[in-house]
Design a protein around this ligand. Structure first.
Ligand SMILES: O=P(O)(O)OC[C@H]1O[C@H](OP(=O)(O)OP(=O)(O)O)[C@H](O)[C@@H]1O
Ligand code: HPA
Ligand SMILES: [Mg+2]
Length: 182
């Protein structure tokens, strides 16, 4: 298939991803006490849409789901370091436990700015569930509570993640051949 020929190497196959997502969903389900309200899962658009859809369908709690958006990469591979909120929540999260769902935490600036925003909106607590955690490039320190995989220091694509808006639809995570990064 033409799209696969753009990929230099696959880091995680669709099967490996689905096994890990099932474990994360089980952790979220078991961490929530039966007497406390179910959390709100907030996906960071656009990248988190595939992970969020897989994750929520395996959580056995009456959660709510919404999206938020903060842009910092544009069409490149370097963060601007100053994410801009470009889509806010529809849900009222006052007094709610929010799980911010990310495809990847890289420098950490997107998640850090969104945690501050959700706390300002009255969330009682905010935790982060990221499919990939890439600590090598972290600039803003915070704790990723649930993470799927530790990502080596590559700019990766697939499973929701893009380069210049392409490759989000790949069912696996991989690294592009150098000629496709320009
Ligand atoms: O930790 P950071 O360095 O802030 O990078 C992580 C963020 O960057 C990407 O989003 P992007 O802003 O590119 O938008 P997208 O989700 O629409 O691809 C990714 O989906 C994360 O949201
Ligand atoms: O490695 C990455 N791939 C895609 N989008 C990203 N946004 C931050 N890091 C990445
Ligand atoms: Mg994103």
């Amino acid at each position: 298939m033409a799209l696969d020929s753009h990929i230099e190497k696959v880091l995680w196959t669709a099967g490996e991803i689905s096994d890990r997502v099932a474990e994360l969903a089980a952790e979220i389900t078991s961490d929530c006490s039966p007497n406390s309200p179910a959390p709100a899962l907030v996906g960071v658009a656009t990248g988190a849409f595939v992970f969020l859809a897989d994750l929520v369908r395996q959580i056995k709690l009456p959660i709510s789901v919404d999206f938020i958006r903060a842009d910092s990469y544009g069409a490149g591979t370097e963060s601007t370091g100053a994410p801009r909120l470009s889509l806010d929540l529809k849900l009222d999260v006052t007094g709610k436990h929010v799980i911010l769902v990310e495809d990847i935490v890289d420098t950490g600036s997107t998640v850090a700015s969104l945690i501050a925003h959700l706390e300002k909106k009255g969330a009682s607590s905010v935790s982060v569930c990221a499919f990939l955690d890439k600590p090598a490039r972290r600039k803003v320190e915070f704790r990723v509570v649930g993470s799927g995989m530790q990502c080596p220091d590559y700019f990766v694509v697939g499973y929701g993640m893009d380069f210049a808006e392409a490759y989000r639809n790949l069912p696996y995570v991989g690294v592009l051949k150098p000629e496709f990064y320009s």
